[in-house]
Design a protein around this ligand. Structure first.
Ligand SMILES: [Zn+2]
Length: 648
């Protein structure tokens, strides 16, 4: 048996894989230094990790890759090189690092590092150095290889979190990370596969387009400015006006606890991507005592989260039709373990992304499971010769599919995927939580349900006749549908599930003065596009969407499902009032109050009158007596005002 070093014994299959990995890393590195990288840093890292796991001491691991530089931006030297961090991925490795630090400190008669640790989130973005001279922002240089980066000052000046001036006139270089917040990702970069790609692609754009949606978060200052600890340094950075990632202090056990909390959900709750934690000695003096090795400080490590990405092979590419008719390409891959789960399918986002990746069956791909629960394909590592196949028909209903922007769409309203999708959308929008996927699918497949109007014609028998549905649960389900009536206009509109028509959009439309369904349906593209927050594309989608669903809207109306206008939906909706005698406020004003809150004002006291507004509620006038006989409530002006502010 031949020993490769590191004490790891491997069989012949693994030995072959080791050699393959090593030679590929060499090839990638060569093309990378030639300025034509063939894989991303992430893919390179994933292959390097695999090799490290099989043969930790392999010579191919000795050299470390550097970031790619483009020809277009001016190169710039960092006055103080930007270092990098050693990585640990589990408690054991973290323990080893602490032990090494303690051994070095013990030789200097210094106490353990364990009791004074500083932990921050490790942002997954593009490292950047911001330089201020005389208190004015003057330069921004990407990390590059740590010595030389690119001067992308004009772009960085437009990013959020970069103050034009700071209250300190010394030459200061603040270090941080360019990131894309997930909220900005959704609004401004929907066509990027992930936030890091969006940050990398956008920050280096020569036209600077989109850079205003990037954010810089800072965590270090290169100069020695008299800060005695990381805590002081972070306070200082914040005082200058920069944003910092979350940070913690604690002992070794606390670090494990924080790491666990992030892995178990805290990470998912953030509006930005992190790929681990940075753990370092809080004391600047301890950091200095421990020193650097190859520009990597001994007093700090990156404590990464479990395997963010791995290499796998594409077995099949499926084109799934979703509830909106949008066709999403999905890669079925050779199963891989990622962040504690077995991944078999990964989203390919849209056709544009499929073309961008150039992905096809048999390709070797990098699969990741970052912040999203849904794994996706980041890139093609090795291309097979097969061509990309984009379908022309829906895989569910066989109808032709067409491009709409970056997406393929099935427009067949009878497509089962769309029918179920529309029903689900309606149920979700009105808040009928008891309705699950299976119930909807069963009712659609038996033909009982093909559009929202059908929901209101269902009987207890229709549902109870299905598997595993008793009469009680059937009537509960129906009660949930009926109990939500009448629907408010924004809810009704959003429930239709028209592309581009969210509840938020519906609210904007209603708030703009289109108070009832007829008015919304009659509005044209220009009228809708003029509403702040909508724009041409959404306006067009809404007008087209309503037109396509016209017959269905009529059937809803015929079934008695008519949305209440916003006025009808106020706190006094459906209530009738009669005003008698004199009041503090003029009758005209009181009438307006009632009508604005959705109530109706009538002239006389009739049997179904809800309220009689009267100065003296004890009055024995004939009107008052009549109202009492009908069971009408007698209220004063003050009581009316209370009704108006009551929340519905
Ligand atoms: Zn279809």
């Amino acid at each position: 048996m031949k020993k490769l070093g590191g004490g790891l014994e491997i069989g012949p299959t693994q030995a072959a894989r080791v050699e393959e990995l090593a030679s590929r890393l060499e090839t990638f590195r060569a093309s990378y230094y030639a300025g034509r990288p063939t894989v991303s840093d992430d893919a390179y890292d994933a292959l390097e990790e695999e090799l490290r796991a099989l043969a930790p001491a392999h010579p191919a691991l000795a050299r470390v890759g550097t970031a790619m530089l483009s020809e277009a931006w001016e190169k710039a030297q960092h006055e103080i090189p930007m270092g990098s961090l050693n990585k640990v991925t589990n408690a054991e490795q973290l323990g080893d690092w602490l032990k090494r630090c303690d051994e070095l400190l013990a030789k200097q008669d210094e106490p353990s590092i364990r009791t004074g640790l500083f932990v921050t989130e490790k942002l997954d973005g593009i490292s950047i150095e911001l330089i201020y001279r005389d208190g004015v922002f003057s330069d921004a240089i990407t990390r590059g290889d740590g010595e030389i980066g690119e001067r992308i000052t004009s772009n960085v000046a437009r990013m959020r979190g970069v103050p034009a001036r700071i209250g300190d006139r010394r030459r200061i270089s603040v270090r941080g990370e360019i990131i894309v917040r997930f909220s900005d990702m959704r609004d401004h970069f929907p066509d990027y596969a992930n936030a890091r790609n969006a940050a990398a692609g956008t920050s280096r754009r020569l036209d600077g387009q989109g850079t205003e949606h990037l954010t810089v978060v800072c965590y270090d200052i290169a100069e020695e400015l008299g800060n005695r600890s990381e805590v002081d340094k972070f306070d200082w950075i914040r005082k200058l006006g920069f944003a910092t990632p979350h940070s913690y202090t604690g002992e070794a056990d606390d670090v494990l606890d924080i790491h666990r909390r992030y892995s178990e959900g805290l990470r998912q709750s953030l509006d930005y991507e992190i790929d681990g934690l940075v753990v370092r000695a809080n004391s600047v003096e301890v950091q200095a005592r421990l020193g650097d090795v190859n520009r990597r400080p001994r007093a700090a490590v990156a404590f990464k989260f479990a395997s963010p990405s791995k290499v796998s092979t594409v077995l099949e590419i499926r084109w799934d039709t979703g509830p909106s008719g949008r066709v999403t390409p999905v890669a079925i891959v050779e199963p891989v373990e990622l962040a504690g789960a077995t991944v078999r399918r990964a989203s390919l986002h849209n056709v544009a992304h499929v073309r961008f990746l150039g992905i096809a069956v048999g390709d070797e791909v990098l699969v990741s499971r970052r912040n999203d629960v849904i794994p996706y394909v980041e890139e093609v590592v090795t291309k097979n010769d097969k061509a990309i196949e984009v379908p022309t028909t829906c895989t569910v209903c066989d109808a032709p599919i067409e491009m709409a922007g970056e997406y393929l769409m099935c427009r067949n309203l009878r497509c089962p995927a769309l029918v179920e999708g529309r029903i689900h959308n309606w149920i979700d929008a009105i808040g009928a939580l008891e309705w699950g996927d299976k119930l909807v699918a069963a009712l659609v497949s038996t033909g009982k349900l093909s559009e929202p109007a059908d929901l209101y014609a269902l009987t207890v028998d229709d549902i109870a006749s299905l598997d595993r549905h008793g009469e009680k649960s059937a009537s509960n389900a129906l009660e949930q549908i009926q109990g939500r009536l009448p629907l408010r206009l924004p809810t009704f509109l959003a429930a239709l599930g028209i592309e581009g028509f969210s509840t938020q959009t519906a609210r904007l439309i209603v708030a703009s003065g289109l108070g009832d369904l007829e008015a919304v349906c009659a509005a044209d593209v220009e009228q809708l596009a003029a509403i702040p927050g909508l724009g041409d594309i959404k306006a067009r989608q809404i007008v087209d969407g309503l037109q396509v669903r016209e017959a269905e809207l009529q059937r809803l109306r015929a079934a008695g499902i008519v949305p209440v206008s916003e006025k009808q939906a106020g706190p006094l909706a459906g209530k009738s009032f009669c005003i008698t005698g004199s009041h503090e406020r003029p009758r005209k004003i009181l009438t307006q109050f009632i009508e604005d809150a959705g109530g109706q004002v009538s002239s006389g006291v009739k049997k179904d009158l809800d309220y009689l507004l009267i100065a003296d509620v004890e009055s024995t006038s004939s009107k008052a007596e009549k109202a009492r006989r009908y069971g009408t409530a007698l209220i004063s002006e003050d009581q009316l005002l209370l009704l108006l502010v009551e929340d519905t």
